[in-house]
Design a protein around this ligand. Structure first.
Ligand code: NAD
Ligand code: TYD
Length: 335
């Protein structure tokens, strides 16, 4: 059992990680989260009465908030999920990406250094850019394409510099595309599920043949916990899912699982600078004893069922600010 400060723990993957650490490991988890549009205390609703979970609202770029969280949590490690995570938003408005990823990560690293804490940075395969064939390893060059991935790179490079320069015991875990319960519906899979359930159009960017390497959020969260416990300081670990799929096939499968009409598919203008394919080799973290448990076919079916059964979670989102975001991004209103 350990004490952890989990930054960004009210988001999709961070809340999944917090749940696993409390329930499966008996850890004491303090969540520090700014509660941006994507961060929601509802994501931790089932842990609200658990004394092993503490929630603090605050930004990682705010040193006072970070110090207060460390004082309250007395953690052995910081695990940093806090991020702006949507590529389309980074194209429209990059500011918060720079603040959270560059400045926020720097503030956390300084705090970890001062307090002698182990540090885990949650990162993404998008730092490697697009790959037509083959898979990225931890040695692949960093070639980010979007303001999202470029600022995630900035964070990763800062983390590595704190290991090399100050000996901070830091590790980086780079995941592939996550899916599962509690994912904000701006992302491909929950967007398509909720649109299909409501009879809204399904906006496929370009030809829909872009490929993503899908990992269930519970598998990625376990990989992060595994690296927290077993990873070597200064190392990077890729954690990719077991399956790759082109977007159009994901959308068609969601249509089958929801019983919606194929007619809802609408090919729309492509994302600027759209990465064609992501693919990650996870040999290094597999050698530490982790492997993904959920195949995409089964995980997607469970995810569709979760959204169908948990309207309490998505109704406030779909009737709130998300509607205006959707109109700005897609040029049409949700039905
Ligand atoms: P999310 O958008 O659901 O959650 C991000 C959380 O961070 C939210 O709770 C938000 O309120 C919080 N946050 C944002 N800025 C903050 C700040 N300045 N200070 C404190 N909290 C802040 O994202 P997610 O999908 O759960 O992603 C979590 C991490 O995993 C991110 O670092 C992301 O880059 C990485 N990642 C995500 C994926 C994916 O497919 N979703 C894949 C690989 C890696
Ligand atoms: P997304 O979920 O935004 O993740 P990322 O860009 O980080 O991979 O998008 C996944 C893929 O789905 C990506 O190729 C873009 C595509 N996409 C669409 O075709 N339509 C959409 O409305 C969205 C949100 C994504």
């Amino acid at each position: 059992m350990s004490k952890l400060l989990v930054c960004g723990g009210a988001g999709f993957i961070g809340s999944t990680f917090a749940r696993q650490r409390v329930r499966e490991h008996g850890d004491e988890v303090t969540v520090l989260d700014k509660l941006t549009y994507a961060g929601r205390e509802e994501n931790l609703r089932d842990l609200a009465e658990d004394p092993r979970l503490r929630f603090l609202r605050g930004a990682i770029e705010d040193r006072e908030a970070v110090d207060a969280a460390i004082a309250a949590a007395a953690p052995e490690a910081i695990v940093n999920f806090a991020a702006e995570t949507h590529v389309d938003r980074s194209i429209a408005e990059p500011d918060a990406f720079v603040t959270t990823h560059a400045l926020g990560t720097y503030v956390l690293l300084e705090a970890a250094r001062e307090h002698g804490l182990r540090y885990v940075q949650v990162s993404t395969d998008e730092v490697y850019g697009s790959i037509e064939q083959g898979t990225f390893t931890e040695e692949s060059p960093l070639r980010p394409s979007s303001p999202y991935s470029a600022t995630k790179c900035a964070a990763d490079l800062l983390v590595q510099s704190y290991f090399h320069t100050y000996g901070l015991p830091a590790v980086i875990v780079r995941g592939s595309n996550n899916y599962g319960p509690y994912q904000y519906p701006e992302k491909l899979i929950p967007l398509m599920i909720l649109n299909a359930l409501h009879g809204d159009r399904l906006p496929v960017y370009g030809d829909g043949m872009q490929v993503r390497n899908w990992i269930h959020s519970t598998d990625f969260a376990r990989a992060i916990g595994h690296v927290l416990q077993h990873g070597a300081a200064g190392e990077v670990y890729n954690a990719g899912g077991p399956d790759e799929e082109a977007n159009i096939f994901v959308v068609r499968r969601i249509i089958e699982l929801t019983g919606a009409s194929q007619e809802l598919i609408e090919h729309v203008a492509d994302r600027p600078g759209h990465d064609r394919r992501y693919s990650l080799s996870s040999e290094k973290v597999r050698a530490l004893g982790w492997s993904p448990q959920v195949r995409f076919e089964e995980g997607l079916e469970q995810t569709v069922a979760w959204y169908r059964d948990n309207g309490w979670w998505w109704q406030p989102i779909r009737s709130g600010d998300y509607r205006s975001y959707y109109e700005r991004q897609y040029g049409r209103a949700l039905g």
